[in-house]
Design a binder for this molecule. Structure first.
Ligand SMILES: Cc1ncc(COP(=O)(O)O)c(C=O)c1O
Length: 398
């Protein structure tokens, strides 16, 4: 039996079952589905049934949406960053050519975007997604990486032809640097977070992420409704997209929603307790690298302000235990490759389900059908091998 401890847990005082006005376009989800499903190599990511773990925790079901295989990039991120690149370029080309829906994959359009530059800040996966999208559509790409990004992650971004610029500072510093440089150079900036001023690209990113839950709703047709969701949050884009898509589908019967964060950088925890966005500063580098940010995205705020019921935080020690567990015995009797950030939502569920008081407060039990996202696989293969003791292909017996 694995054992994961919680650092902190709280109930969001502003949680509500009434749907707020969502900061998305009415047809945003539909555009994302149509666009992304047209890209070469698209397939819905699998949803795994973690039956052994559910039995150990005395829960009904744990549905684990496995993003480790998404487009060969190892995370859910192409749904957001690359999609937002496609929309930024499409809007520009629509203005230039007068065509309402230019086909970015056509050679004519590729020639037109060759002189354009897209840029983004990243702590790893978002930059990779933007670089991958830029290569698919044929434009130039510059990615600003914060200090904590490993060499392997930088190499992965550069392998798509992107120029890497190192920022001596945190993810939040890199976001500001990308924004300032884009304004100066006339580039398209694709942030996965919103400061309240830049909203269109982060909204596109979030609408792209919604496809993940959209696929899951299709995959779970015929199953009892999902009762609980545990969502890891950095700036909150993935969590807000997922919570919003469930909300759209289930209305006021939406699942009990829990935000999971590293204790070191729990900006959602602090903000939801305070009832307003507050920044966390100091040493915010966690082993859950994708969650190492101190400021919430203001486009995610209106969704999670009322759409999150609980917040939990974890110590970095939770990560290796869970990664090894899933490498040994994962879903549908097969191992699941889950990276340090990928595993965090599930680690939050295990910790909450093992805490008797919280389990009761959240209503977790044998009738619970829980949805969790494996948001990345071995996106840093060296770190994966060090933690698990085997490479992903060895784990999968390939
Ligand atoms: C693998 C992974 N999971 C989850 C997240 C969190 O997403 P968000 O920053 O939208 O909350 C990230 C962000 O980089 C990530 O890389």
């Amino acid at each position: 039996m694995i054992k994961i401890s919680l650092e902190r847990a709280a109930r969001n005082p502003a949680a509500s079952l009434s749907l707020p006005e969502l900061p998305f376009e009415a047809d945003g989800m539909e555009i994302a589905r149509r666009t992304i499903s047209n890209w070469p190599g698209y397939a819905p990511s699998p949803i795994r049934d973690l039956s052994d773990l559910a039995a150990e925790l005395d829960l009904g079901k744990i549905w684990f949406k496995d993003e480790s295989v998404r487009f060969g990039l190892g995370s859910f991120k192409p749904l957001g960053g690359a999609f937002a690149v496609s929309r930024a370029l499409s809007r520009h080309l629509a203005g230039e050519t007068g065509s309402e829906a230019p086909d970015l994959l056509s050679s004519d359009m590729k020639a037109r975007v060759a002189s354009l530059t897209v840029t983004a800040a990243t702590d790893g996966n978002h930059g990779r997604s933007v670089a991958w999208g830029a290569r698919m559509f044929g434009c130039r790409c510059v990615i600003f990486v914060c200090s904590s990004v490993s060499q392997q992650r930088k190499d992965a971004i550069a392998s798509y032809g992107a120029e890497i610029r190192q920022v001596d500072g945190s993810f939040d510093d890199a976001v500001r640097m990308a924004d300032q440089t884009a304004r100066k150079e006339g580039w398209f900036v694709i942030p996965d977070t919103s400061d309240g001023e830049t909203v269109i690209a982060p909204r596109d990113v979030t609408q792209g992420y919604m496809l993940m839950v959209d696929e899951a709703l299709e995959q779970l047709k015929g199953e009892p409704p999902v009762t609980h969701i545990f969502l890891q949050a950095g700036v909150g884009g993935m969590a807000s997209a997922s919570a919003a898509r469930f909300w759209q589908a289930y209305g006021d019967k939406r699942p009990v929603t829990t935000i999971v964060e590293p204790e070191k950088c729990a900006c959602w925890y602090e903000s939801l307790v305070a009832g307003k966005p507050v920044a966390v500063t100091g040493d915010i580098d966690s082993a859950m690298a994708g969650l190492s940010c101190g400021e919430v995205s203001l486009i995610a705020w209106p969704v999670l302000e009322t759409g999150a019921d609980f917040m939990v935080t974890l110590n970095d020690d939770a990560v290796p235990v869970m990664m090894r567990y899933l490498a040994g015995r994962g879903g549908d009797d097969r191992p699941v490759i889950a990276g340090e950030t990928g595993i965090s939502g599930l680690a939050g569920l295990v910790a909450a389900a093992q805490d008797e008081a919280l389990r009761k407060e959240m209503g977790l039990g044998p009738d619970s059908h829980v949805f969790v996202v494996n948001s990345e696989g071995d996106t840093d293969p060296d770190a994966y091998k060090t933690i698990v003791g085997k490479s992903a292909s060895e784990v999968l017996g390939q």
